[in-house]
Design a protein around this ligand. Sequence first.
Ligand code: ZN
Length: 106
Amino acid sequence: MPRAVRRKPMPEMESAFVRCRTLGHAWSDISGLGPSPAHRITYLQGQRVMLRCSSCGTCREDVWAKNDGHLIHRNYTYPDSYHLAVKVTRSDFRRKYLTTFAELFA
Ligand SMILES: [Zn+2]
């Protein structure tokens, strides 16, 4: 008989967060929507690229090297309550996804 696996209860979270933490973010390039060029940080060797997730609102700031495209810098800004106080695995998020979006699988 297979041993029963005890699972921790998954904390409640917004469905958009469940989607992004399971499937990944839905990035849109908002570089042209930022501050006016006079107020942008300038990088001598890199291009700043600003991305925003259209699902959960997480923002990502990248700086890409102009000469060969390698990543110079990356920073994320997350919405409040995006991070959980407990450790949650990818499998936990997949289980949560299946219950949160159960209507997709009916
Ligand atoms: Zn997201």
